[in-house]
Design a protein around this ligand. Structure first.
Ligand code: ADP
Ligand code: MG
Length: 463
C-alpha cells in the first residue's frame, strides 16, 4: 500500500543520511585528532575542552587503607567503600549502594542537590561494618567522581563549567563542586575529606590501570559519553605549570562536545538538538549516548506516524511525549529475535499504548533501531581511533609491539549488546587485523567507583 511505501521511504532516507562508511569514519577520526591537538594547544582552542585533570599518577597497586568514593553522573549516584590491601592483597573488600536522584533535584537548587547527596553518603558511612578499618585518628577520605565538565583547579577542587545530561541547576555553574559537597557534609557533621575530584572517565582509567598496566584511555558510553587518556605532559602546550615527575598527565577530553562536518546530522538530530536543554552543544553525545538514542527513534516514528500513518489515522498521543521511549526500550526491541516480534509489540503497548501493529510495521521499527544504534556505535569507534592516532598507536612501528588497552564503561556499553559488538567490530575494521591484534577494549567494571577511591588513596593528605 501507499502508506507502507511511504514509511519505507522515510526509513531509507534516514538510513542513507545516517550512513557511516569507513571513509567517513576515518574523516571523523582525523577530525577528532585535529581537535585534540587544538584543545591541548590553547584554552578555548577547540570544541574539545581537553581538560587537565591534575592526575599525573595512576594507581600502581600499592594503595592501602579504607577509602570512599561517590559517583554522580546521571540518573543514579553510587556510594562505595573499599578496603585496599596493597600489592599483595589488592581489593580486600568493597561495598556500594546506589541511590536514584529525584528528578526535581536535577533542576532545583545546588544546595538541595548536595544536601541530598551528603545525606545518602552519611547514612552509608554510618553503616560501615566489619572488614573496613578506618585509620585511627585520621579523617575518612573520599574520591568524588563528578561526571560533568569541570575546570579543575587542583586534584581536589574544580568549578563546574556547565551541566549536561538533563541536569540544569544554575547556581552550581561556576562554583567549586567539592566546596558545595564539603559544605553539605559539614552541615551533617560528616567528618570526611574529598582528596580527589575526578570525572567518570578518569576514574575508569584509574580503575582500568589498577588491573592492567597497558590501559591508556577510557571511554564512557552511558547516559552521556566521554573519554580520557594519558598524554605526555610536554605535548600539552597550554599547560604552564611544573612538568609532573611522571612526565604524564591525564586529559579529560569532554568528547561529547565534539562536532565536525563529517558527522551525519539528520533533520531529527537537528530537531532533538534544538529542543534540548543545551542546544548547539554536546553534538557527538547526542548522536551516540544512551540519553538520546531512544529519543531519535521516537522522532522518526512520529514522522512515520504523521506522514505514513503507520499507527493508524492519528498519531498515538504517548508517542508525542519527548523522551518517553528510552534507550533500554529501544535496545529490547532491537534484540527481539522472536518470529512475530513480540517484544516490539509489548514495548509499543507498554510504553506507547500502541496495539495491533502489523508484523511489517514492527520490522520497520527493529530496522530503525538498528540504523540509530549502528551510527552511534560506529561513530564511537571512530572517536577511539582518533585517540589512538593522537598517541601514535594506530600503526605498528617496526620492531615494536606495544599493547594498547582502552577501558570501557557505562550502561549503554554494558547492556546494549548490538551497540557494543558493532563498536568493537568497527574499531577492528578501522585498525586492520595487524594493529587490532594489539588493541584491546576491556570492560572496566565499576571502574569509575573503585577508580575514584584509588585516586583518593594515591592523593591522600597523609602521604
Ligand atoms: P550514567 O551514565 O548515568 O552514569 P550508566 O553508565 O549506568 O549511568 O548508564 C545508564 C545509561 O545506560 C542509561 O541512561 C541508558 O541509556 C543506558 N542503558 C541502561 N540499560 C540499558 C539497556 N538495557 N539497553 C540499552 N541502554 C541501556
Ligand atoms: Mg556513570
Amino acid at each position: 500500500s501507499g502508506k507502507w511505501a511511504r514509511a519505507m521511504a522515510i526509513l531509507r532516507e534516514f538510513e542513507e543520511k545516517c550512513g557511516t562508511p569507513i571513509g567517513k569514519l576515518r574523516q571523523v577520526a582525523d577530525a577528532m585528532t585535529v581537535e585534540m591537538h587544538a584543545g591541548l594547544a590553547s584554552e578555548g582552542g577547540s570544541k574539545l575542552k581537553m581538560l587537565i585533570s591534575y592526575v599525573d599518577n595512576l594507581p600502581t597497586g600499592d594503595e592501602k587503607g579504607l577509602f570512599y568514593a561517590l559517583d554522580l553522573g546521571g540518573t543514579n549516584f553510587r556510594v562505595l567503600r573499599v578496603q585496599l590491601g596493597g600489592k599483595e592483597n589488592r581489593v580486600v573488600k568493597q561495598e556500594f549502594e546506589e541511590v536514584s536522584i529525584p528528578p526535581h533535584l536535577m533542576v532545583g537548587s545546588s544546595e538541595a542537590l548536595f544536601d541530598f547527596i551528603a545525606q545518602a553518603l552519611a547514612k552509608f558511612v554510618a553503616e560501615e561494618g566489619e572488614g573496613f578499618h578506618p585509620a585511627p585518628g585520621r579523617q575518612r577520605e573520599l574520591g568524588f567522581t563528578f561526571s560533568f565538565p569541570v575546570r579543575q583547579t587542583s586534584i581536589s577542587s574544580g568549578t563546574l563549567i556547565k551541566w549536561t545530561k538533563g541536569f540544569s541547576i544554575e547556581d552550581t555553574v561556576g562554583e567549586d563542586v567539592v566546596g558545595e559537597l564539603t559544605k553539605a557534609m559539614e552541615k551533617l557533621k560528616l567528618d570526611m575529606r574529598v582528596t580527589a575530584l575526578v570525572n567518570d572517565t578518569i576514574g575508569t582509567l584509574a580503575g582500568g590501570r589498577y588491573h592492567d598496566n597497558d590501559v591508556i584511555a577510557a571511554v564512557i558510553l552511558g547516559t552521556g559519553t566521554n573519554a580520557a587518556y594519558v598524554e605526555r605532559a610536554h605535548a600539552i602546550p597550554k599547560w604552564h605549570g611544573l612538568l609532573p615527575k611522571s612526565g604524564e598527565m591525564v586529559i579529560n577530553m569532554e568528547w561529547g562536545n565534539f562536532r565536525s562536518s563529517h558527522l551525519s546530522l539528520t533533520e531529527y538530530d537537528h530537531a532533538l538538538d534544538a529542543e534540548s536543554l543545551n542546544p548547539g552543544e554536546q553534538i557527538f553525545e547526542k548522536l551516540i549516548s544512551g540519553m538520546y538514542l531512544g529519543e531519535i527513534v521516537r522522532k522518526v516514528l512520529v514522522k512515520m506516524a504523521e506522514e505514513a500513518a503507520i499507527f493508524g489515522e492519528t498519531v498515538p498521543p504517548k508517542l508525542k511525549i519527548p523522551f518517553i521511549l528510552r534507550t533500554p526500550h529501544m535496545s529490547a526491541m532491537h534484540h527481539d529475535t522472536s518470529p512475530d516480534l513480540k517484544v516490539v509489540a509489548s514495548k509499543l503497548k507498554d510504553v506507547l499504548e500502541i496495539s495491533n501493529t502489523s508484523l511489517k510495521t514492527r520490522k520497520i521499527i527493529v530496522e530503525l533501531c538498528d540504523v540509530v544504534a549502528t551510527r552511534g556505535a560506529r561513530l564511537s569507534a571512530a572517536g577511539i581511533l582518533g585517540i589512538l592516532k593522537k598517541l601514535g598507536r594506530d600503526t605498528i612501528r617496526v620492531g615494536e609491539k606495544q599493547k594498547s588497552v582502552v577501558a570501557l564503561d557505562g550502561g549503554l556499553y554494558e547492556h546494549y549488546t548490538k551497540f557494543r559488538t558493532t563498536m568493537e567490530n568497527t574499531l577492528k575494521e578501522l585498525l586492520g587485523d595487524e594493529v587490532a591484534a594489539n588493541v584491546f577494549v576491556e570492560h572496566s567494571n565499576d571502574g569509575s567507583g573503585i577508580g575514584a577511591a584509588l585516586l583518593a588513596a594515591s592523593h591522600s593528605q597523609y602521604l
